[in-house]
Write a protein that binds this ligand. Structure first.
Ligand SMILES: [Zn+2]
Ligand SMILES: [Zn+2]
Length: 305
């Protein structure tokens, strides 16, 4: 799993930062891309980062403020021009369906692939298959804003073939049973327990990508024990009152959530245009005073999970 920040600015873009969008690259795990938020110029940022629109499988919107939304029509309609067509699922707060329908109709645009829209009004399980599970919870912002917890399911243990060979065990006819950790009786009369020949279960990764919010319990729940938490940090701690008044968090708020949730790693993003890249050190240092394993996102920064 790989996370690339396509935009990291709050509210409006700057010369250094585009507005919110994050790509979760699951090409290794499932051959597809999952996009979180789609601020203005997201499709251009995707091109620069070499992400193909045709590989998009899911788009998750945290909320419908323009700095997270205004790039969506371009992403959806340009995707219709791609040669390879596949269905796309869009998840977002209630209102997203009307927004898309209106934009398509007014601009005389069209989509050439099936678009499945899931509108959220409350905490929900929004996606689940054999490999992944995505849960959404309502945060606290000026408009309904959701956070997402993405869980990769554990991969089943593999059989330790070397150990089986060493013990002179022919597994051909018992493979499935041994793999499931069951006890079998071999042709030579020996009884063996599959559990003794299983390797370690490969633990799936967990991450939380949260929308704009003030510190809240839902954030802690979503980020519980995750390998990586992406949390907004619109302001420095000195501007705490201003942050809260506008429904946002500070560097220290984000770090406190990571700490309370027992997350392994924190990336702060959604940085106010008042700060230039030269302020990164100051902002990240504030967060690290509470949660040491913090990094600050910049556009096109890439994180392996
Ligand atoms: Zn925002
Ligand atoms: Zn917002």
């Amino acid at each position: 799993m790989n996370l690339t920040f396509l935009g990291t600015s709050a509210g409006s873009p700057t010369a250094e930062r585009n507005v919110s969008s994050i790509m979760l690259d699951l090409r290794q795990e499932r051959g597809r891309l999952w996009l979180f938020d789609s601020g203005e110029a997201t499709q251009l940022q995707m091109q620069k980062a070499k992400f193909s629109l045709s590989k998009l499988e899911m788009i998750f919107l945290t909320h419908l403020h323009g700095d997270h939304l205004f790039g969506l029509p371009g992403v959806l309609t340009s995707r219709s021009l791609m040669q390879k067509q596949s269905a796309l699922t869009l998840v977002g707060p209630k209102g997203i369906k009307q927004f898309i329908q209106t934009v398509i109709e007014i601009s005389s645009s069209w989509l050439t692939y099936p678009l499945n829209i899931i509108e959220l009004e409350q905490d929900s399980l929004v996606f689940e298959d054999s490999k992944f599970r995505v849960e959404a919870k309502l945060l606290q912002h000026r408009v309904p804003s959701f956070g997402y917890r993405i869980v990769e399911k554990d991969l089943p243990a593999k059989l330790n073939i070397d150990k089986l060979k060493k013990d002179n065990i022919q597994i051909d006819s018992h493979y499935t049973y041994l793999k499931e950790g069951l006890t079998v009786t071999l042709e030579d009369g020996r009884t063996i327990n599959g559990k003794d020949y299983q390797g370690a279960i490969k633990q799936g990764k967990k991450l939380a990508i949260l929308g704009d919010t003030i510190p809240c319990q839902a954030s802690i729940d979503l980020a519980e024990n995750v390998d990586l938490l992406v949390h907004e940090a619109t302001q420095e701690q000195a501007l705490e009152a201003k942050a809260i008044e506008r429904g946002h968090s500070t560097t220290v708020h984000a770090a406190s959530i990571a700490k309370q949730a027992n997350a392994k790693r924190l990336i702060i993003t959604h940085i106010s245009p008042r700060y230039s890249l030269q302020d990164n050190q100051k902002l990240v240092t504030e967060a690290r005073s509470i949660f040491a394993n913090t990094e600050i996102a910049t556009d096109f920064a890439n994180f392996q999970i």
